[in-house]
Design a binder for this molecule. Structure first.
Ligand code: NCD
Length: 318
């Protein structure tokens, strides 16, 4: 009998739908894999053959610039064939169900479907209809796992760790899938997370997940290592949630004056798209503390890692 015990692979998932059920080890494994893929983007020939012969489809039922381009480039750098399904010019606008659309996409020999949808649970729903890998690129206000991972990657790269850091997520928490994914990931990796915003946009229920909640932005500024500014998700807001945008900016906008009251090396993050002059002043967005463009660069490496690991798991090569 062999005394060699096969090590259990860390990553065995063919889908990535949320960070909620990932272990800290799985998250760190994705971040480490992304680190090795980041090097690929610095080469003059930015390609590796990891997904050669595989077919990846981006199926976006909701607007996106960064995320769709990032996934597309990530798949191209892994040498996959990549196809774009545009909901606005497809049969979805003729009444085809999401599951039927997904089944038809898979029937063309597709290996990975990357889906963005305005309904929470849409990516999960697709996993019930197909056998191929499904990656959630944002479903309603529920989850945006690759944004969560790229934010974790950027924080770790900048601060050297995540454990023990004080991280604030500021703004429209209630309607933000980024806030939900960031919060889950940060808590799992040992950060102290504070959610800050008007009470109407910061549900108390997040305390159950381990977050601190406050509406006093100025009081927490000096303690924070990282502040992630969120856009007001106007497209998901149906009633009036704060008195006026001027009042919101006065209380919750990040500007040069507030930045002066933060730690000198505070990291100011934003998932984009930034509404300059609202949640974030232009000089702070473009200043030395801002990691906005670094987040975009890192997103590519993180998405390469996610596509690679899920495909490996689906092929049984873990
Ligand atoms: C975010 C999203 O779509 O959830 N953007 C992104 O993916 N980079 C955040 C937002 O739209 O404000």
């Amino acid at each position: 009998m062999s005394d060699v015990v096969a090590e259990k692979p860390v990553w065995t998932r063919k889908h990535l739908l949320t960070l909620n059920d990932l272990s800290p080890e799985e998250i760190l494994y994705v971040l480490d894999t992304a680190e090795s893929f980041k090097e690929v983007s610095t080469r003059s020939i930015k390609k590796v053959p990891a997904l050669r012969g595989r077919v990846v489809v981006t199926a976006f039922f909701e607007d996106s610039t960064r995320t769709r381009m990032s996934f597309t480039l990530a798949a191209q750098r892994l040498s996959a064939d990549i196809l774009d399904f545009s909901a606005k010019i497809s049969s979805a606008s003729k009444g085809e169900s999401l599951r039927d659309t997904a089944r038809n996409i898979e029937a063309m020999g597709v290996d990975i479907i990357i889906v963005r949808h305005s309904s929470a649970g849409a990516a999960y729903d697709i996993t019930q209809a197909v056998d191929c890998c499904v990656i959630n690129a944002g479903d309603g206000q529920h989850a945006h796992p690759t944004q969560g991972l790229l934010d974790l990657f950027t924080i770790r790269e900048s601060k050297g760790r995540i454990d023990g850091l004080n991280v604030a997520i500021a703004g429209d928490i209630a309607h933000s899938r980024v806030a939900r994914s960031d919060l889950r990931g940060l808590i799992k990796l040992g950060a102290n997370v504070t959610l800050v915003g008007p009470p109407t946009l910061v549900p108390r229920s997040f305390e159950k997940l381990g977050a601190h909640i406050t509406s006093d932005f100025d009081a927490i500024l000096p303690k924070m290592d990282v502040i992630n500014m969120l856009r007001i998700q106007q497209e998901r807001i149906t009633s009036s949630v704060f008195p006026s945008i001027r009042e919101y900016i006065r209380l919750f906008g990040m500007n040069a004056d507030r930045l002066k009251r933060c730690k000198p090396d505070v990291l100011i993050m934003h998932p984009g798209p930034v509404n300059r002059g609202k949640e974030l002043a232009a000089d702070v967005a473009d200043g030395p503390n801002s990691s906005i463009l670094r987040q975009v660069t890192n997103g590519l490496a993180v998405r390469m890692a996610v596509l690679f690991l899920c495909q490996q798991a689906a092929a049984g090569n873990t």
